[in-house]
Ligand binder design. Structure first.
Ligand code: RB5
Length: 153
């Protein structure tokens, strides 16, 4: 994939403090960001935002997605229920790079309670800039086969 242009972005209340700063950073770096929320007061349910971002990515309205909740876990569990999504929780720059390169992840999930703003931005940047390596295609194909079989049940 060429440089990622369109990014689907979603957060829950746990990411309220960092969400605008992250958006501004990537917008000023040339990314087009579609923000699916949550941007209200109080708390919300992360699956609502995971679904919106997942649908944008599999519907090809975005090249990749980024979801942030307290840990990244809830967002990844919910997003991975959508057919075509490979959502990965990444805890450092290496895992963010490998999720794109080896696992073909199309959504990065991060924890606002487990990383600083700078760490979150660096993980997102490397995830967006790293292309998938085709030599891993066979494994992704097998994941798709599991998905196909299990989704018929
Ligand atoms: C919300 O308090 C928290 O549970 C959520 O942000 C996330 O960490 C879930 O995985």
């Amino acid at each position: 994939m060429d440089k990622i242009i369109k990014l689907a972005f979603g957060t829950d209340h746990a990411a309220a403090e960092v969400r605008n700063k992250i958006k501004e950073y990537f917008q000023s770096s040339g990314y087009e960001i579609e923000d699916f929320g949550f941007c209200g007061e109080g708390s919300c349910d992360y699956p609502d935002y995971a679904l919106k971002v997942a649908e944008a990515v599999v519907g090809k309205k975005a090249d990749k997605g980024v979801l942030i909740c307290g840990t990244g876990i809830g967002m990844s569990v919910a997003a991975n229920k959508v057919k075509g999504v490979i959502a990965a929780v990444c805890w450092d720059e290496d895992t963010a790079k490998l999720a794109a390169q080896h696992n073909g992840a199309n959504i990065l999930c991060l924890g606002s309670r487990t990383a600083t703003l700078n760490e979150l931005c660096r993980r997102i940047k490397i995830f967006l800039e790293t292309p998938f390596e085709k030599r891993h295609s066979q494994r992704i194909k097998k994941i798709r086969e599991i998905e196909k079989l299990q989704c018929q049940k």
